[in-house]
Design a protein around this ligand. Structure first.
Ligand code: BEZ
Length: 221
């Protein structure tokens, strides 16, 4: 048992869903950025990885690069981060390009002073004191954090799930609906639950929706 564990009280300043993404300035592989001015009118998927030149991270970064067009189609900018220098980032980008032909064509923050990692709770000291965990922040065009994922150092993320969650957030916003277990594009969505008896009676009489019970009904969009 590790007696040096950091307590939840000590670590409780992490951003949460619904918060405005904390602002910062940083150096990236595409030049300097300021979070509050990044990706104007677009979504941002900001993700951390533990270290350049490591195997799982290479598969993940390549996954983001190979599916960048799908993020573009969802009006979304990618923004990577690790606690490495800009020189390490440039070397890794070039090394992967030479080895596999995959080019990381999105900014990667060089967070060598851990400023951004600490601000976003990506440095989780009971997992690692020096490397960021595998975090993903989904940030909407108003800069509100809408979904957060955290994975440990030794388990890679699922790119299908990252894209599915991003699309789900956008569909939920656009149609003001909730989405059920395992929802994917083309599936039915959940009709908002009735808030009055009038709503309930209207729901019961509506044959266009699939009713499981009076409070759970699904429809096509
Ligand atoms: C990896 O990306 O392979 C890795 C990085 C840090 C710790 C464990 C695995």
């Amino acid at each position: 048992m590790n007696e040096e564990l950091h307590t939840p009280q000590e670590l409780n300043s992490m951003p949460r869903i619904g918060d405005i993404a904390p602002d910062f300035e940083a150096i990236t592989t595409k030049g300097p950025i300021k979070m509050s001015e990044f990706a104007k009118d677009k979504w941002t998927v900001m993700f951390s990885h533990p270290a350049d030149f490591t195997p799982v991270c290479t598969t993940e970064m390549s996954g983001f690069a190979e599916r960048k067009e799908e993020f573009d189609a969802l009006n979304t900018e990618l923004l990577g981060l690790s606690i490495d220098s800009i020189h390490a980032h440039l070397g890794w980008v070039q090394n992967v390009r030479e080895a596999t032909g995959v080019y990381f064509d999105f900014p990667i923050i060089a967070d060598i002073d851990m400023k951004v990692s600490k601000l976003y709770g990506m440095l989780q000291p009971n997992e690692s004191e020096t490397a960021a965990v595998r975090a993903v922040f989904f940030i909407d065009p108003s800069k509100k954090i809408r979904l957060i994922m955290y994975y440990p150092l030794n388990v890679g993320r699922n790119m299908n799930e990252i894209l599915r969650a991003l699309e789900a957030l956008q569909v939920s916003d656009k149609h003001k609906v909730a989405l059920p277990l395992d929802w994917k594009k083309g599936d039915k969505v959940i009709c908002p639950a009735p808030k009055s008896l009038n709503d309930l009676n209207t729901r019961l009489a509506d044959h266009s929706v699939e009713k499981v019970t009076w409070y759970l009904a699904k429809k096509n969009i």
